[in-house]
Design a protein around this ligand. Structure first.
Ligand SMILES: Nc1ncnc2c1ncn2[C@@H]1O[C@H](COP(=O)(O)OP(=O)(O)O)[C@@H](O)[C@H]1O
Ligand SMILES: [Mg+2]
Length: 378
């Protein structure tokens, strides 16, 4: 039987399947052990959650508890509390059992099904929710008292909390700051503007409260080793398609995996990928992502599209007269739109300038410039 496709691109990868990130794991673990809070920032799909899982495994191996809470999409305090409970629900160790019985004690009077329905006033419900949330946030203290182990708490997509309301980060901070030896915190987030709102503004409770840690793109060398290794293990060779793959992926972790996945699909067993396999892979990737790329493009303001396209095309600098004329920008509108793209996470600063974060969207935008119309890249 033929092997299964070895390239995962749509969910966090297993700690053993991570490309590189060894240095990052080591440094983050040392910070957690030392009780330091860290804010882990990187664009979407850069491997934050995957890295957190690896860190969690390493933390457990040195005798810490690990809990991971994903706040993506939360809208209310009650949902925040539920996400915290979800995080503790999956811990298998004794700490998990202890946490779950503590959670049951935090929710007295909440019985599932049956019984008379108590209708509470809104202020009472809010009050109870706050108490529940405070109790959930304080769980590491109880765990420390009972097990003597520090808990590493990972709050993933932490910026999503901002949707809940103005006081929520204050509530978090007011509990967390008393945790001392009981817990270390890592706050992961993908939206630079919102993360900055939480950690970079003087008047916010988390201002200056966590060490900044950024995830860089992957090195071509590491991607190359991983991709060719996995092709070989499954009786294929990545062959001449490796260079164009590295070129298009531009170090973007998920884009590299996505392209490798499609290339593998196009490469028959016991053969090497050639230019035709690569071409088919690229065509498939763009066809399957056409709607998503269009939606990403349409979500940008006109001037943001212009700056994004200018950066994607490259060549002369953004502020060169030629570029400004061609993309119908003034210096100030270009600067303004670039800042908006940075806040939104579509563009990031790299050595030597500013770059689109998503290389697929960048290629798509370049094609749009060249071919225009409806059918480009199909
Ligand atoms: N270090 C890595 N090695 C291999 N694949 C990675 C790595 N980092 C990210 N990926 C790819 O990116 C995808 C998204 O990873 P994920 O951890 O969910 O990112 P994030 O949490 O930043 O959105 C994974 O499915 C995988 O294909
Ligand atoms: Mg994630």
């Amino acid at each position: 039987m033929d092997a299964l496709n070895p390239f995962v691109f749509s969910q966090p990868v297993d700690p053993d399947d991570l490309i590189d990130r060894d240095e990052e794991s080591k440094r983050l673990l040392a910070l957690a052990e030392g009780g330091h809070a860290v804010r882990l920032s990187a664009p979407r799909r850069y491997g934050k959650t995957s890295l957190l899982r690896r860190l969690g495994r390493d933390a457990e191996a040195i005798g810490m508890n690990y809990v991971e809470v994903d706040f993506y999409g939360v809208l209310s305090e009650i949902e925040v509390a539920e996400r915290m409970e979800d995080g503790y629900a999956v811990i298998r160790s004794r700490a998990g059992e202890l946490a779950r019985s503590a959670i049951r004690a935090l929710r007295p009077g909440i019985s599932v099904g049956g019984g008379p329905v108590r209708v509470d006033s809104r202020p009472r419900v809010e009050e109870r929710t706050k108490r529940l949330l405070s109790g959930l946030l304080d769980l590491p203290v109880g765990l420390f008292e009972r097990t003597g182990k520090r808990t590493l708490v990972a709050f993933d997509e932490f910026q999503a909390l901002l949707a809940v309301g103005p006081g929520i980060d204050g509530l978090f901070r007011s509990r967390i700051q008393r945790h001392g030896d009981a817990a270390s915190y890592i706050f992961a987030g993908s939206h630079p503007g919102l993360m900055n709102e939480l950690f970079g503004r003087y008047e916010r409770p988390f201002f200056g409260q966590a060490r900044a840690f950024e995830l860089a793109p992957l090195a071509d060398f590491d991607i190359a080793e991983y991709v060719s290794g996995r092709f070989e293990k499954t009786r294929r060779s990545v062959g001449a398609a490796l260079d164009p793959l590295l070129d298009l992926a531009a170090g973007h972790p998920q884009r590299a995996m996505l392209l490798a996945h499609q290339l593998w699909e196009q490469t028959p067993i016991d053969q090497a990928a050639d230019a035709e396999c690569w071409q088919r892979a690229v065509t498939t990737v763009f066809a399957e992502h056409d709607e998503a790329l269009r939606a990403a493009w349409d979500s940008l303001e006109t001037k943001e599209q212009a700056v994004f396209a200018a950066l994607a095309v490259g060549g002369a600098g953004l502020f060169a007269e030629r570029t400004l004329t061609r993309f119908n920008l003034s210096k100030s509108s270009a600067r303004y739109a670039r800042e908006a793209l940075v806040r939104g996470g579509q563009v990031r600063k790299v050595e030597g300038g500013w770059q689109p974060v998503d290389p697929l969207l960048a290629r798509w935008a370049v094609e749009l410039q060249h071919n225009g119309g409806e059918d480009h890249l199909r």
